[in-house]
Design a protein around this ligand. Structure first.
Ligand code: PMP
Length: 346
């Protein structure tokens, strides 16, 4: 790995070591100090670069992957992009089964990075043969010598964050971190980071962010998988309609639920107040911080780290589109930006 004078052997050397950036204006009225781990600074613009590189390199070490092998995955987009990027550099074929909930920009990006993409219906159960899980499984069975990353059920997903995100945050905060707030999709980010941080200081509070319509929060509290909790929601990459084994529920202290609407407005607020164009789940994570602050859960000297998982450019036709916000009915109750613009022109 050569990186003297910012010269690198290839793009993979830039994965990880992302900055921790202070959140200033948005949290000015809150008690505590707030810092965002901005994963958009990875070359693939998301935290998923970490797991793609780690899991692929572990498979190489075990001799599972050989030149020209095919790598298969199910993904809402980010993991697919990262796997495609790593595959290009390392010479593998990349086949992805993605949810129809993924934005068109994300799907086009995957294709641009040389991946073969299968788009599968979003609102079917995980065991339905049309679901992206089942499609990926079938492709893996049919393609000889292929590797299925299976991020929701792969313990290496947790290990990737245990080995990278955890130590980075500990070092960047000089051990002063008191709370970690992170969205849970596969659960790899929060579980691996939390495991490392709790080994360093068991008093650090680990707070997961979940969506209404997902089973994760209730499962954490009751260990019951309640199908009644499941209904469609709009945030991509957060929450789940199944229980991933890549989530270590024991290292997470609690979950906070956030709505599609408030998370969308908070994502837009991060861009407008902090100058950071980050993804929808970054808005969700900041929304959780707002709710916790309203409940007076943070003290003056607390050092809160929030993970911003990806870049906002991937959501230009969704959260950052006034048209999309209007179509969801999100401008009716809270924000009248579009109307204001029309009034100004008049
Ligand atoms: N945010 C986004 C945009 C994601 O794609 C994901 C991954 N599904 C997450 C958050 C959650 O990360 P993890 O899977 O590590 O829980």
């Amino acid at each position: 790995m050569k990186h003297r004078n910012q010269v690198f052997d290839n793009v993979l050397d830039l994965i990880g070591k992302t900055p921790l950036i202070k959140i200033n204006k948005m949290t000015a009225k809150f008690k505590g100090n707030f810092y965002a781990k901005v994963e958009a600074f990875n070359p693939g613009h998301s935290s998923k670069d970490r797991i793609a590189l780690y899991i692929i390199e572990q498979a190489e070490k075990k001799g599972i992957l050989t030149p020209g092998s095919t790598i298969i995955e199910t993904t809402s987009g980010n993991t697919g992009f990262s796997i495609a990027m790593v595959s290009i550099i390392k010479g593998y074929d990349c086949v992805l089964a993605v949810s129809s909930k993924s934005s068109p920009d994300k799907i086009d990006m995957l294709k641009t990075m040389g991946a073969k993409v299968y788009v599968c219906p979003a609102h079917v159960s995980a065991d339905d043969p049309r679901s992206y899980y089942q499609v990926a499984k079938k492709l893996h069975e049919e393609m000889k010598g292929s590797v299925y990353i299976n991020q929701y059920f792969n313990e290496l997903n947790i290990e990737a964050h245990y080995k990278t995100s955890g130590p980075e945050i500990w070092k960047q905060t000089e051990g002063k971190i008191t709370h970690l707030v992170a969205c849970s999709g596969t659960g790899g980010t929060i579980s691996g980071t939390a495991k490392y941080l709790k080994e360093k200081n068991p008093n650090i509070k680990i707070i997961g962010v979940d969506a209404y319509g997902s089973v994760i929060k209730k499962y954490h509290e009751t260990r019951e998988f309640d199908e009644e909790e499941i209904y469609p929601y709009r945030i991509e990459g957060l929450g789940k309609n199944l229980i991933p084994t890549a989530t270590d529920f024991d290292v997470i202290d609690e979950f906070v639920k956030v709505t599609d609407e408030e998370s969308a407005h908070t994502a837009r607020e991060i861009a407008k107040t902090e100058g950071l164009l980050v993804g929808y789940t970054s808005g969700a994570a900041m929304q959780a911080i707002k709710q916790l602050s309203e409940e007076k859960r943070f003290k003056k000297d607390d050092y809160v780290v929030v993970v911003f998982p990806d870049h906002g450019s991937r959501y230009m036709s969704k959260v950052y589109s006034d048209k999309w916000m209007n179509e969801q009915g999100f401008f009716d109750t809270i924000n009248a930006e579009t109307t204001q613009a029309v009034q100004y022109i008049k």
